[in-house]
Unconditional design. Structure first.
Ligand SMILES: NC(=O)c1ccc[n+]([C@@H]2O[C@H](COP(=O)([O-])OP(=O)(O)OC[C@H]3O[C@@H](n4cnc5c(N)ncnc54)[C@H](O)[C@@H]3O)[C@@H](O)[C@H]2O)c1
Ligand SMILES: N[C@@H](CCO)C(=O)O
Ligand code: NA
Length: 436
């Protein structure tokens, strides 16, 4: 059979929501180009939906409400899972792999906990499991880490990988907008997950950090290994304080290889809102845009930037995977397998060196600054800057530290709250993106 007479590649699409509808649109609109790139026509065999009665931009004969039957059909070669959630897609993807279908998914929540199980099934069945869309939407980041940097040693992967929270923080920063108003807008635009808790409490970013850390460090990292703090307690006042320090606030996902004094290597994977200097490239990543900075021993620093959420951008990454999987069906060969040979342990958050910004209301009287400074020095935390704002009952102290173990910093904050001269600790944030 010549390349152009290869039998069609049958595709099943599961879920026709924000992303699934765009995947179907592109498959139908770009059929000729996709055929030329794959070497065979890509034909949609069926689309599983929850509601058969809803009007859709595709032939109704393709629709089914029985995804379990669809994923086993002999004329299906590749299953594209875009339902979301964990239990339903976990069963469907497992069944698809067991029936020899390659799978493409955008489902980070599932992958963060079950990549091991699913990758084993894919390896046993000698098929592909691709998930570029699961992290940072349209931005190529999984494939560069897995393939382009396969010969290098990645030290750090850090960035903004949740569009909803970046959209919210950017709008709060630029317009002083109210948190709830901006969150509703993110939902309307198709960025937020069905339950926005996953976005605003950092679960989505933590799932993505787990996926990135697993790949970057050839180890199995799951969502529970990731230290996670969300943005729901960030206020307009925090953003205003950040601005006075020439910073903004971003929800960062940070995956780092850390080496202790004994030379032991561990992984730190963490998600939290942090002050980022306005001069840092991540500070100017606004709206639903994402950016991922990769640092590798030989490549140096690489930055990936683009649309991390939304139907069409996410569908672009899904289609990229689909074309790869289809080419493998046509020409033979397979994508890279899961690589966990390094099996690095996870470092607890307390062992990670970070910098803190602490803003507190204090009594305006002699000796207060010395008492506050004493709590930092008692735990060997070096202060970088101190500023007093206001006076008398409005007196505030703002302390920015140098790097210190996170445990020492959080113990210092606990001790500060116990001081008579500290009336309240109004805000504690980490500072990232600085060299000192
Ligand atoms: N929206 C984004 O920007 C984005 C970006 C990257 C990754 N993702 C991921 O892509 C996946 C899909 O996201 P989405 O935004 O399109 O979600 P969505 O809620 O818009 O779409 C999911 C669709 O699946 C349907 N569905 C539910 N149960 C079903 C079942 N049993 N059988 C068939 N269909 C069923 C729902 O009715 C809905 O139409 C999720 O895993 C999500 O995390 C989304
Ligand atoms: N809810 C996610 C979608 C992309 O994964 C976000 O806001 O980034
Ligand atoms: Na991506």
């Amino acid at each position: 059979m010549t390349e152009h007479s290869h039998r069609p590649i049958g595709v099943a699409v599961l879920g026709m929501g924000n992303v699934g509808a765009e995947v179907v649109r592109i498959l139908l609109q770009n059929a000729d180009d996709l055929q030329a790139r794959v070497g065979a026509p890509i034909e949609i065999r069926g689309i599983a939906v929850a509601d058969l009665g809803k009007a859709r931009a595709c032939a109704t004969s393709l629709l089914t409400d029985d995804p379990a039957a669809l994923v086993k059909r002999p004329d299906v070669d590749i299953v594209v899972e875009l339902i979301g959630g964990i239990d339903v897609p976990r069963t469907l993807i497992a069944s698809a792999l067991e029936h020899g279908k390659s799978v493409v998914t955008a489902n980070k929540a599932l992958l963060a906990d079950y990549t091991g199980e699913l990758a084993t099934l894919a390896a046993d069945a000698k098929v592909d499991l691709y998930f570029e869309a699961s992290v940072a939407g349209a931005i190529p980041v999984i494939r560069p880490l897995m393939q382009s940097l396969a010969g290098d040693t990645v030290q750090r992967v850090a960035g903004i990988v949740n569009g909803t929270t970046n959209f919210i923080l950017s709008a709060m920063d630029a317009d002083g907008e109210d948190y709830d108003v901006v969150l509703a807008e993110a939902g309307r635009l198709g960025y937020a997950e069905a339950d926005p808790t996953a976005d605003v409490e950092g679960y989505d970013a933590a799932a993505k950090a787990a996926i990135l850390a697993s790949i970057a460090f050839h180890s199995r990292v799951t969502a529970g290994d990731v230290h996670r703090e969300g943005i729901s307690s960030i206020t307009a006042a925090d953003l205003a304080s950040a601005a006075t320090l020439d910073c903004t606030i971003k929800l960062l996902s940070i995956c780092e290889r850390i080496v202790d004094s004994a030379g032991r290597q561990r992984i730190s994977a963490r998600v939290y809102p942090a002050l980022v200097p306005l001069t840092h490239p991540l500070a100017s990543v606004n709206g639903a845009f994402n950016a991922v900075v990769v640092e590798a021993e030989n490549a140096g620093r690489l930055m990936f930037y683009g649309q991390g959420a939304g139907g069409a951008p996410t569908a672009s990454a899904v289609l990229g995977d689909l074309v790869m999987a289809a080419r493998n069906k046509v020409h033979g060969g397979r994508g890279p397998l899961e690589s966990t040979y390094a099996s690095l342990p996870i470092a607890p958050m307390g062992d990670v060196n970070t910098r803190y910004y602490v803003s507190m209301k204090v009594a305006d009287r002699p000796g207060v600054l010395a008492t506050v400074a004493g709590e930092f020095s008692a735990r060997n935390v070096s202060i970088a800057t101190v500023r007093q704002e206001g006076a008398e009952e409005n007196a505030r102290l703002i302390v920015v530290t140098h790097r210190a173990p996170d445990s020492a910093l959080s113990e210092t904050v606990d001790a500060l709250t116990e001081l008579d001269s500290v009336l309240s600790v109004s805000s504690v944030l980490r500072l990232e993106g600085t060299d000192d």
